[in-house]
Each structure stands twice: as structure tokens, then as C-alpha cells.
Design a protein around this ligand. Structure first.
Ligand SMILES: Cc1ncc(COP(=O)(O)O)c(C=O)c1O
Length: 467
């Protein structure tokens, strides 16, 4: 082992290398508009083989930075992906050198995570004293929330398992797959996730009440209703106040999947009121890495009943026992609120984002993204052969490039257009099926998008639709 362990033998040389890396990183951000996704070169895999050595920063500049997933570009609107922020670079540097493990103990990063959770809780309108934990994303947040709901209704489940109890959960048609995965993982079973029909894009609350009554009569144990704030396909919102009322009447835990749409809470009207009532939920799952644009990964689960949250996860073997003072102090520990014992420092990214830009900048960007979706919808409507899949409600616009073709031909054309635009670097749409037609879909969670990007992308679709 060299004298300095794995630290650089020559700090001056390391400083110079790190500065080169910093410059290359800032170039990447400053020139994001000139750096769209590009097809992965055939030989890239081989270039990543371990053991090649050489000048690391040059290799990163050549083999890593150009081959990103496209979501840094102003015309990227595929799936639901955030853009990233310049503040992530600063947070990344500070985070790397303190190398925090936020499972517990008493150190600054833990205090910062509490501050981030509490700021978000207040924005969502959840009561003081609610608990939370930063996680990889909404998928993991959903598992944590459902487990808290399950332990609340079946106290012995951690020890004894579910036994013969048939727990039933409810969610609107179009609920994200994360909900399905969570009920499967927790042994509730996908057959016990009942899909409630929608009326005008919102869960039919009367139908929900009728289904709950039916299941109760059949001896099942309805325990959970999942509201959606921002559906993945169309950006639709359930009536969360009506769901909170129904949940209270029926004795259900109300969970809200607010992966991106929860952030309408800090948007201007008319978008803010889409998520009215979200603060009445028992739990909310949301992401900072989508519509707060913070770098991956960074999600949050909030739970209004801290005791229920702890009851679902707290368990510490003796080697993790806390103390009144010293490093092992700092109760509560985050490992008692979720799945992970070792946890990275996600809060720093959020804190840097808010401290560098200010909350108003996020409010403006989120509002502007909704306006960009509305602009895209207007631009599409002005094209002779294009049509919307549905009016844009929030930040999602779904449309077909040629409404005058048969559904199958429309689907094939839309899929082809999406691929061509991705490959030539003009824009990234993803696709989704609406009414049997595969359509182009833009979910705008991109603070770099400007009106000119919308015009250019729709013009590019029109050009490809005519050939
Ligand atoms: C509405 C909704 N819920 C859940 C998820 C899953 O979130 P994550 O990818 O952060 O796990 C997504 C992802 O796009 C989503 O749009």
C-alpha cells in the first residue's frame, strides 16, 4: 500500500486534474443545448472495460460526458425526467468529500435532511410533526408508505405476516406501475389492487365507495386508496379533497402519488389548485428528481402519522443502539423510517438547489413548464392533420401527427417520428397509447425549454409526418 493509502500521491497533480474535470462539467452544462442524446457507439462498451488506465479526465470527456441519456437537453420531454441543475455540481463536490451516511447518528447532513423534509412538508400542507425520509424515488417511497398503512391496519404483520387477511387497495385507472409493484412486493397481491373508473380524468369517488362496500361485505379488509397528483400518461389529477373525505368516511389510508404533480403546490394558478387537498393525505410520495429538476436520484415519502411511520420500520440491533450524546446520538435516526440502513446525502442537492436559486425560481419554472405544454397543445391544434390525445391539463401534451390515417398507421407513424427525432437530436418525445393509438407524448419537466423549442419540435414532427 502506498504511503497515502488510496489518496493521491501528488495532491498538486490531483488538483489540476480535478480542475480540468470541473471545467469539462461546466462546459457540459453551458452547452447543454448543443449536446442532445446520440446513439451509443458500437465500441463504447469495450471502452468501459475495467483496467485500461490512462488519463481519467480525458477518458471521461471522450467516453462518458457525450453519452448521457438526453435529459439535460432543452428539447427533451420523454417519459418524466428532470433536467438537472448547476447546483448539483456544487452539491456533488461537497457531498463527495463529506461522504455522509445518513442512516443515523448525529452530524450535519442528518440535520439538513430534516430541514429539507420539513420545508417540503410545509409546502405540501401536511401537519407539523409529520415524518419523512428521502429515498431513491417515488417507487421506493410508495413501498414505504404502503407498509406504514399496512402495519397501521394489521399491527402484527411485521412478526406474523398477513395470514388470511385480504387487504384491498384502490387506485384510479391509469395509476402508475409503482403502485402495482408496491402491492406485489408487500404480498398484498396485484389482484387486491382494484382499479376505480375515472370520470373526466378523475377517480369516480362514488364508484370507489361502492367498491369498498362490496369488498367489506365480502369479508375483505379495504385499507388504502391511492390518489394521483399528475398521472404519468396525461398529467391528470384526482380530486384529492373528495378522496380525503371518502377515505375518512371509509376508514382508508389516503396515499397520494405525487411523483411530479405534487409540485404544482408551488406553481401559480390555475395549476396550483390541481393538487388542492394533497396535505390531507396520510402519505405522499414525490420526487425532487423530476419536477424540482434536482439530479438523480432524489425522492421523498411524507407520512402524517409519525408513530405509524416508525411502527412500520423501527428496529435496531444492539450494534446500532443510539446514545444521549456523541456521534451515536441524534435520535431519531432515518434508518427507522425506511428500508435502507446506509443512505447517501440526497438532501444536500435539494438544499443547494433552493439556496442557489430561491423557491420563486422553481415556482416560475414549474408554472412555465405547464404553459409550454399549453403552447404545444395550441401549436398542435393549429396544424391541419395533427390532433391532441386530450387537452393539456398540466405539463403533459399528447398528440398524433396524422389524425387522417387509420389508428394502426397513425401508431406506426408516431412511433417512427419519435425515434427519428431522438436519433437526429432534434427533440425527445416518448410515446403512449390513447384510445388505441400510439401517440407522441411530451412531459415537460425541463427548466431549459423555451417557446422556440416547442415551435421547432412541432415543426419537425410536421415535416416527418408528411413523408
Ligand atoms: C406518476 C408517477 N408515479 C411514480 C413514478 C415512479 O417514480 P420513480 O421513477 O421516481 O420511482 C413515476 C415516474 O415517472 C410517475 O410519473
Amino acid at each position: 500500500m502506498a504511503d497515502k493509502g488510496l489518496d493521491p500521491q501528488d495532491w498538486a497533480a490531483f488538483r489540476a486534474e480535478a480542475r480540468r474535470m470541473l471545467e469539462a462539467s461546466i462546459d457540459q452544462l453551458e452547452q447543454a443545448a448543443e449536446r442532445p442524446w446520440q446513439p451509443v457507439p458500437e465500441d463504447l462498451q469495450a471502452r468501459y472495460e475495467i483496467g485500461q488506465g490512462g488519463d481519467l479526465v480525458s477518458r471521461i470527456e471522450r467516453d462518458v460526458l457525450p453519452h448521457h441519456g438526453g435529459n439535460i437537453h432543452p428539447r427533451f420531454w420523454g417519459w418524466v425526467q428532470g433536467t438537472g441543475l448547476a447546483s448539483d455540481l456544487i452539491a456533488g463536490m461537497a457531498g463527495a468529500v463529506i461522504n455522509g451516511n445518513l442512516g443515523g447518528r448525529d452530524h450535519g447532513a442528518v440535520r439538513m435532511e430534516r430541514a429539507v423534509i420539513d420545508w417540503t412538508r410545509a409546502k405540501m400542507g401536511m401537519p407539523e410533526g409529520s415524518s419523512g425520509v428521502l429515498v431513491t424515488g417515488t417507487s421506493q417511497a410508495t413501498v414505504i408508505a404502503f407498509q406504514a398503512a399496512r402495519v397501521k391496519v394489521l399491527e402484527g404483520v411485521r412478526k406474523d405476516g398477513q395470514g388470511t387477511a385480504r387487504l384491498v387497495a384502490y387506485a384510479g385507472e391509469g395509476v402508475h406501475n409503482a403502485t402495482l409493484k408496491a402491492v406485489e412486493l408487500l404480498g398484498i397481491g396485484s389482484a387486491n389492487l382494484r382499479k376505480v373508473p375515472l370520470i373526466n380524468g378523475r377517480m369516480d369517488v362514488d364508484a370507489l365507495r361502492a367498491m369498498v362496500a362490496e369488498d367489506k361485505a365480502a369479508g375483505a379488509l379495504p385499507f388504502l386508496v391511492v390518489g394521483t397528483a399528475g398521472s404519468v400518461d396525461l398529467g391528470l389529477f384526482d380530486d384529492l379533497d373528495a378522496l380525503a373525505d371518502a377515505a375518512a368516511d371509509e376508514g382508508l389510508w389516503l396515499h397520494v402519488d405525487g411523483a411530479f404533480g405534487a409540485w404544482t403546490r408551488i406553481a401559480e394558478e390555475p395549476y396550483r389548485s390541481l393538487s388542492d387537498g394533497i396535505g390531507r393525505a396520510h402519505s405522499i410520495a414525490l420526487d425532487f428528481h423530476k419536477w424540482m429538476y434536482v439530479g438523480y436520484d432524489c425522492g421523498l415519502v411524507l407520512i402524517s402519522d409519525e408513530a405509524a411511520h416508525r411502527a412500520a420500520f423501527a428496529a435496531r440491533p444492539s450494534y446500532l443502539e443510539g446514545a444521549d450524546r456523541g456521534l451515536a446520538g441524534g435520535d431519531p435516526w432515518f434508518c427507522d423510517y425506511g428500508i435502507d440502513l446506509s443512505r447517501g446525502n440526497r438532501a444536500l442537492k435539494v438544499w443547494c438547489a433552493l439556496e442557489m436559486n430561491g423557491e420563486d425560481a422553481f415556482s416560475d419554472a414549474i408554472t412555465d413548464n405547464c404553459r409550454m405544454a399549453a403552447l404545444m397543445a395550441e401549436t398542435v391544434k393549429a396544424q391541419p392533420n395533427m390532433a391532441l390525445g386530450m387537452e393539456a391539463v398540466s405539463n403533459v401534451c399528447v398528440f398524433t401527427a396524422r389524425v387522417d390515417l387509420e389508428p394502426e398507421a397513425q401508431s406506426a407513424l408516431n412511433a417512427e417520428i419519435a425515434q427519428s427525432l431522438q436519433e437526429n437530436g432534434e427533440a425527445v418525445f416518448s410515446t403512449t397509447r390513447i384510445g388505441g393509438v400510439m401517440m407522441l407524448r411530451a412531459a415537460i419537466t425541463n427548466h431549459r425549454t423555451r417557446p422556440a423549442d416547442i415551435g421547432a419540435a412541432v415543426a419537425a414532427v410536421a415535416r416527418l409526418a408528411e413523408v
